[in-house]
Ligand binder design. Sequence first.
Ligand code: FES
Ligand SMILES: [Fe+2]
Length: 364
Amino acid sequence: MSEPTDTAQSPAEASAQPAVSPITQTLRNTVLPPGLRGQSKDVSVGPSAQSSIKPRAFAYSLPDRPPSPPIPNGWYCIVGSEELVATQIHSVVAVGKELVVYRGESGEAVVMDAHCPHLGAHLGGGWVTGDSINCPYHGWRYNTDGVCVEIPYSDARIPAKACVPTYPVCEQDGFVFFWYHAGQQPPKYQIPRVSEVEDPEWSDAVPWQFELVAALQEMGENNVDYAHFKFVHGRDGIPSGTSTFITDGPFSTVIEQLPDGTEFDRQTWGPGIALLRIPNLMTVYTTTTPIDQQHCRLHWHFYFKGALVEMAEELIDGVTGDFGLQADAPIWRDKVFLEKPLLIKADGNIAEFRRWYSQFYETS
Ligand code: FES
Ligand SMILES: [Fe+2]
């Protein structure tokens, strides 16, 4: 099979591009991370951004189609901190489960399974008393550990099994995270802090949310799949020798060098959190939560250096629009996950990434 050449035009390159500002043009002409090369027609900024990629109803049962990987263990965002008001309950489907997250009167965020062990009602319709949650059906009250502490119409002893499974919570830097482990093990790592969140030289967080059809591992793997940048994202040529993949326990980093010598890096903290830093331009704090094995929910916070916040829409669209995330989305939606892909040397760090990622599938 012949090697692709730099003169081949990808579908992304073939698309008509609207006029853009000089800074975006500069970005396009340099080697950048996936997404920072284009501008899409539909700009979606803010928590109400709607997906144009709807989950596809797959009506056939094809036994030979390879299954998606299981849900990996890790810290996942369940809600943005600002979205969770005291005494409010949110119902969320994540990690293949129905969950509720609420904030008690003290400010503590609590994540637990959604269904009451009494008769199975959904706690999302209940109410918060102090730091505990009441079931909407018969009022049983559960504390922050998920233990039933009151049955309002009975003085009898509370059954020992009147407990709802809860999840460890970490709230920091604008997100409420919960820990998921297939074997119910406690957290195996801590989430690093992000200095831009409190730094006055950086803008406030600009939130962006999205849901799409993709197995979580596919999305992470995409960042070390250097060959696709040309064909999917319209980047000039295929970078080789300019990217480094470094692992450190549950953390990994991809470092890329720009032609002018500056470096940017994308740090990944477990399977659900990553930080993309482009020096003096923007930092993208990305959280990706598996809804189930085939769907993911993204809560991202963009931080801009100084006055660059005025270009927020354009820069966000460069990452998430037709040349960024939207270009990957149909590939992720339709591809299958091959446990033994046919990798060649020029495929970058995919094999190394998979070796690193396998730690998140431990069940004990
Ligand atoms: S189902 Fe929850 S209190 Fe009865
Ligand atoms: Fe991509």
